[in-house]
Design a protein around this ligand. Structure first.
Ligand SMILES: Cc1cc2nc3c(=O)[nH]c(=O)nc-3n(C[C@H](O)[C@H](O)[C@H](O)COP(=O)(O)OP(=O)(O)OC[C@H]3O[C@@H](n4cnc5c(N)ncnc54)[C@H](O)[C@@H]3O)c2cc1C
Length: 490
């Protein structure tokens, strides 16, 4: 797209001149910092960044951009690794000044502004003895996580983030400000729970909170690869033994101080007394470990644990698939072997990881797939690939390796056989893991977030496309996943 012209940037300033919003263009101080994202690979040179402070300001920006067909994106936590919150030449609506969190202990509800991250929510809730379902990594944005569905350590007990969402305030592409809930604009509320990035800018989200005990059990364990059979054996009993208060991520990463070799990394979670946690995880805790960092801690500390992967590499990419239990040991071993080859082949990729993410799915799967736009409900779990590197020339290579790995999981990890109406793809982790051949270079816009909308939303896609005609007829919100393009995989 053409870069925002000087004339349009003056008009944008004039549009906002009576407000608290700040417009920052490429020639101005602070501009490079405002382009910064969790992954440098997803940074783009914007035509202008508007730091907004209210729904009204966002309404003015959205209406301005839509009137002139200027692409615009929303930057929440900035964790998208596919450039979904960046634009080359368009306008970024930067929500970093809209991060307030207000907890109401009496009603056990929390109102969160659209630019907040989960760590602020965790801290505010903990002061009141409460917690909300948020992402397992509290550094990521509330807006981006929630609108795509959202799961976290408390999902096993309370369901997805969207299953705990009471209402949102949302600015549409034409600038209208709406409230959506089960009582108001129900169809919009249906759509934003799973495909929200395609419908507007969410400025406030109200969540149901839950009483939370002061401490949980959790933390990392590192094990030798030789322990893999015991770990897979334990994982395969997880669905049968979990009650809702447990979580286990396990997989592979590079060995600290010896980055060319691999270790098993496991992150444990138990929301209950220490004795019960130790009993549940005994088969893992009694294995001979390289390092065991598990301990009791407040929930916000647990939820910040994965932050250790945050600072590694300057360029990062995530991708996902799903898997059903029992895992075939040979498949897990193949995932390891691929990963071991990956870290031996490419320079400075230490800190990359692949994780099988076990969180009880009972609450998630018992809600019908068509009850919300989110279509990834079923008796299965997420698999996450997290790659980090430094060299820009590796960007495309990383994406194609990620794609091959997720595709292997998709075809072999059992979900295609049992998914039912669920799609078996989490739209916030990945785009296409299409089984159809892709006859073009695999870039992050294909293997990343701009996936095949039919694969992601399944039977919910036709209704989403009808609602797009009402709420975003010019398809201004298309950078996350383009809901109007059924297939990129050809
Ligand atoms: C390290 C890591 C760990 C993760 N862990 C989890 C996890 O445990 N559970 C889980 O469910 N997901 C997880 N994710 C996926 C995460 O939910 C997505 O990456 C999400 O898009 C991040 O949101 P963000 O606001 O930080 O990102 P951004 O890059 O700011 O935004 C991502 C997308 O959301 C849109 N967006 C953001 N805020 C708003 C808003 N207020 N209104 C409208 N659109 C908005 C952006 O425009 C963009 O399209 C993880 C991702 C990473 C990188």
């Amino acid at each position: 797209m053409p870069f925002l012209t000087y004339r349009r940037s003056i008009q944008l300033r004039q549009t906002l001149h009576d407000t608290q919003a700040t417009v920052v263009t490429p020639d101005e101080e602070g501009y490079p910092e405002l382009l910064s994202r969790w992954s440098q690979a997803s940074e783009r040179e914007a035509g202008a960044v508007v730091i907004v402070t209210s729904s009204h300001e966002i309404s003015l920006v959205a209406n301005f951009a839509t009137s002139y067909y200027i692409p615009f994106v929303v930057r929440g936590g900035g964790f998208s690794t596919t450039g979904a919150s960046s634009t080359h030449g368009g306008i970024v609506i930067d929500m970093s000044m809209m991060r307030d969190v207000v907890v109401d202990r009496a009603s056990q509800t929390v109102a969160v502004q659209g630019g907040a991250t989960w760590d602020a929510v965790d801290q505010a809730c903990a002061k009141e003895g409460l917690a909300v379902v948020g992402a397992t990594t509290s550094a990521v944005g509330v807006g981006g996580t929630t609108l795509g569905g959202g799961f976290g350590w408390l999902t096993g007990r309370h369901g997805l983030v969207i299953d705990n969402l009471i209402s949102v305030k949302i600015v549409l592409a034409d600038g209208q400000i709406k409230t959506a809930s089960n009582e108001e604009n129900q169809d919009l509320f249906w759509a934003i729970r799973g495909a929200g990035q395609g419908f507007g800018v969410v400025t406030e989200l109200v969540f149901r909170a839950h009483p939370q005990r002061p401490s949980v059990f959790g933390g990392f364990i590192y094990l030798q690869i030789g322990q893999l059979p015991a770990v897979v054996d334990f994982a395969n009993k997880f669905d049968a033994q979990a009650t809702g208060d447990e979580g286990l991520f396990f997989g592979f990463t590079s060995r600290p101080h010896d980055p060319l070799s691999t270790v098993i990394v496991a992150l444990l979670f138990y929301n209950g007394p220490l004795s019960a946690a130790e009993a549940f995880f005994a088969p893992l805790l009694t294995l001979e470990d390289i390092q065991n960092e598990t301990h009791e801690m407040p929930y916000p500390e647990m939820n910040a644990s994965l932050g250790r992967f945050r600072s590694l590499g300057t360029r990062k990419s995530i991708g996902g698939a799903t898997f059903a239990l029992p895992l075939d040991y040979r498949l897990v071993q193949e995932v390891h072997d691929d990963f071991a080859k990956f870290i031996r082949t490419y320079p400075r990729v230490e800190g990359s990881a692949v994780l099988f993410e076990l969180i009880p799915y009972t609450h998630v799967a018992q809600i019908p797939v068509d009850a919300t736009a989110y279509a990834n409900r079923g008796p299965y779990h997420n698999f996450l690939i997290f790659f980090c590197w430094y060299d820009q020339e590796l960007d495309m290579k990383m994406t194609s390796i990620k794609y091959a790995m997720t595709r292997r999981l998709r075809t072999r990890a059992g979900v295609l056989d049992i998914a039912g109406e669920g799609t078996g793809i989490y739209s916030n982790y990945s785009g296409t893991t299409s089984l159809k051949p892709i006859n073009k270079p695999i870039t992050d816009s294909i293997a990343g977030h701009e996936g095949d909308a039919k694969e992601l939303f399944g039977k919910n896609l036709p209704r989403l496309q009808e609602l797009k005609k009402i709420y975003d007829p010019k398809n201004m919100f298309q950078k996350w996943h383009n809901l109007l393009i059924p297939s990129t995989a050809h």
